[in-house]
Design a protein around this ligand. Sequence first.
Ligand code: GDP
Length: 307
Amino acid sequence: LYYSDLIDSSSLTNLISLIQPDEIYNLAAQSHVAVSFKNPVYTSQTGLGTLNILEAVKNSNKEIKYYQASSSEMYGGANEEKLDELSLFDPKSPYAASKVFAHNMTKIYRESYGLFCVNGILFNHESPLRGETFVTRKITRGLSRINAGLDTCIYLGNLNAKRDWGHAKDYVKMQWLMLQQEKPEDFVIATGEMVTVRKFIEICALKLNWNKSPNQPGIIWEGEGIHEVGRRSDNNEIVIRIDSRYFRPTEVNELIGDSSKGRLRLGWEPKITLEEMIEEMIEEDKNKVRKETLLLEKGFNIKNSFE
Ligand code: GDP
């Protein structure tokens, strides 16, 4: 491991000449959309940081292949159509705008200097390693804690937002495949299916066996808007509430991708289904909660960090 910073261009140039890498995968970003509204200037450095690496790659004596982590957030999600490599960008957050800048710069360096630079436009990708403030992990972790009696309720924002959620393991393989091509090109990576945050919660509740009998839901929804709540079916306790601080100044309502180009040209397809991914995330979070419970019993104080 080496220390560097995307904003420190001289450190990037030095590192690249020291390591002489064959491939660079730039996944660095302040990647939380809600946080990007609170720290827009800091988040914008994601774009400039990309330019710093591209400059270092251009000036290197070695031919280096470069992968840029582009994002489905760049599309803005104004309608339900499936988005592909030709769809227009309409960024709705400082995060998305900085990713559009990075995306365009990667393309410009490819076309202007003949560099092997590609953008992978990834739709949401999750795993047990997902940060605790992203909605999927917030739900799997929060409901696992409630299941173990460590918490009573979690607070969320827009339950009707829809996302095309895939497993990070499948997506990383595609990133590597993109750099093994003859010609540098951009690709969309997505499952092609989207569900609401609400549906994601309902699947989690079933995985936790909160339904009273098979074919019954694990969560019962009551009320509307800010007053809506979700009750566990097995004991009627309220486990989901809405808090307006999790609403965003502008929301990306729906994002669904069309990865036909990648499937055809790279022979890629996602192997892990949404149900399997949720099962894995719930199992891992249940294990972590078990360990936390043991530590609590031994008198350790564990900080909880929901956002
Ligand atoms: P994003 O798609 O990169 O913004 O990934 P997130 O996991 O942060 O959010 C996915 C969707 O879930 C967005 O439309 C959010 O508005 C919605 N959402 C609803 N409640 C929450 C919440 O409490 N936290 C987060 N992070 N997102 C939430």
